[in-house]
Design a protein around this ligand. Structure first.
Ligand code: XIL
Length: 457
């Protein structure tokens, strides 16, 4: 009887101790036999093209864990060998995966033959396989272009151009100061079409698109036009003839033209006080667009400008001008966002907003002169790995924004140059930078991978 009482007291004490433990059952470090604590899954690590490491927090007193990996968010199917996979550590390498594919994983705690509930599930995407990938091969519904110079179409330039790009733009050899450097009688023979023709013929021999740039730009007017001595009527006739001759010369070979480039002042709603504005008046833009379409009804015609993303006044003026053209049925097919930007700005939202303003008007979007400065504050003397990755991320972001636009509105993304050391920006800002996809030895940079990843997402 005494022994029975002692046993009862003992049982009672054990009960109290057990109750005390079960009171701590909500503490994840103290698993309870009947309600086993579930693990918390962590983000995947060591992500490669074909593998990643899944991990979760260690649950106190857990004997082991079970891991599920699936391509389905709801775990309706499982990767072979990854359903209830017993794992003793709190991580597991998951291998043999397909590149650029999304997987999900979750884990459970096991103890004394029982399992916990599922952990949270983690989404992870394997890296794309870039071995045989090219820019143009990865692009759907858009041209990937670059600007070129007629003297740089051979050797390594040629290999990269034909392998990677589906569209070309002349960096400067199809502007007015090159086509028409001195006063002309408007006889076809007096135009300097040589370098432009070399670029256009090269593109056509290699099955590439050509975007013409730029018919009217205040920065490429030859001196004799800049100092035009005749009447305004004569000036109009000169410009109309120029546009008509150039567009007809390239009819059927140049698919699109930037008709007017950079027509507005910075930080203002005013038209730039160019010779074109002075001599032809505010309606010169409409006239130029109409002359181009009259010369080649098939050609696509663009208005092109920079910093529409951050310069709200210029943006508003440019879109008012476009709306005015549309309301008067003056032809216009698209708008070029030049996108000479930096790794840290403008923001994704700012870029997206302008693109959406273009698509909402049913026009084509051209990211027409893309380059991304890695050194806008001039604190670097070489491209650090950290900055190269930041630049890569920005390229990816920009390309993703373009890629997400409606198919019918996508025209092209054109890079403003191929190799870092030949970028116009170095001369323009007089400081070191590495803004493009290829380095000075024609090697692909992280930025290149960012561009490809943007196209794949
Ligand atoms: C630049 C070219 O890159 C230079 O080679 C040339 O000397 C001047 O023009 N916005 C434009 C482009 O629309 O035409 C400019 O290109 C860069 C800024």
């Amino acid at each position: 009887m005494k022994a029975m009482c002692r046993n009862l007291v003992l049982l009672f004490k054990v009960g109290i101790v057990l109750l005390a433990f079960s009171g701590c059952g909500k503490n994840e470090d103290n698993p309870v036999e009947t309600s086993i604590v579930k693990p918390t899954a962590n983000v995947a690590e060591n992500i490669s093209k074909t593998s990643f490491t899944a991990s979760w927090n260690r649950v106190y007193m857990a004997q082991a864990y079970q891991l599920d990996v699936s391509t389905s968010k709801l775990f309706e199917t499982f990767l072979s060998g990854f359903q209830n996979l017993a794992v003793s550590a709190s991580f597991q390498d998951v291998t043999g995966l397909i590149p650029n594919t999304t997987y999900y994983y979750r884990a459970r705690t096991t103890s004394n033959g029982k399992t916990s509930e599922n952990s949270n599930s983690i989404e992870v995407k394997t890296l794309p396989d870039l071995t045989n990938v090219t820019l143009k091969g990865s692009a759907k519904d858009l041209y990937v272009g670059t600007c070129v110079q007629a003297s740089k179409l051979t050797g390594s330039y040629n290999s990269i151009l034909v392998n990677e790009f589906s569209s070309l733009t002349a960096e400067y050899e199809m502007k007015m100061n090159i086509f028409m450097p001195t006063q002309t009688s408007f006889d076809q023979k007096s135009y300097n079409f040589g370098p432009g023709d070399a670029i256009v013929n090269y593109a056509s021999n290699n099955g590439m698109n050509v975007h013409g740039h730029a018919l009217i730009w205040h920065n490429s007017t030859p001196l004799w036009i800049q100092n035009f001595a005749g009447s305004n009527t004569e000036f109009e006739s000169v410009i109309k003839t120029y546009i008509t001759d150039v567009v007809k010369h390239y009819k059927g070979k140049v698919k699109s033209w930037d008709v007017v480039n950079e027509a507005f002042e910075d930080g203002s709603e005013s038209l730039r006080n160019s010779i074109f504005y002075q001599k032809l008046g505010a309606d010169y833009i409409a006239k130029c667009f109409q002359w181009v379409k009259d010369a080649d009804p098939e050609v696509l015609i663009f208005y092109n400008d920079y910093n529409l993303e951050a310069d709200l006044k210029k943006r508003s003026a440019a879109f008012s001008m476009i709306d005015n053209l549309i309301s008067r049925r003056v032809p216009v097919n698209g708008i070029g966002q030049q996108l000479h930007i930096s790794y840290d700005g403008p923001s994704k939202a700012q870029i997206e907003t302008v693109s959406q303003m273009i698509t909402s008007r049913n026009l084509l979007v051209h990211y027409s002169e893309l380059d991304i400065r890695a050194n806008p504050r001039n604190e670097l003397t070489s491209l650090t790995q950290e900055r190269a990755l930041a630049q890569k991320a920005k390229y990816k972001e920009v390309v993703q924004v373009f890629n997400a636009l409606p198919k019918a509105n996508k025209y092209a993304i054109t890079l403003w140059g191929m190799k870092d050391n030949e970028s116009w920006l170095i001369d323009f800002w007089k400081q070191a930078d590495w803004p493009l996809l290829f380095d000075s030895s024609f090697q692909k940079k992280e930025a290149y991978n960012g561009f490809i990843e943007g196209l794949m997402n």
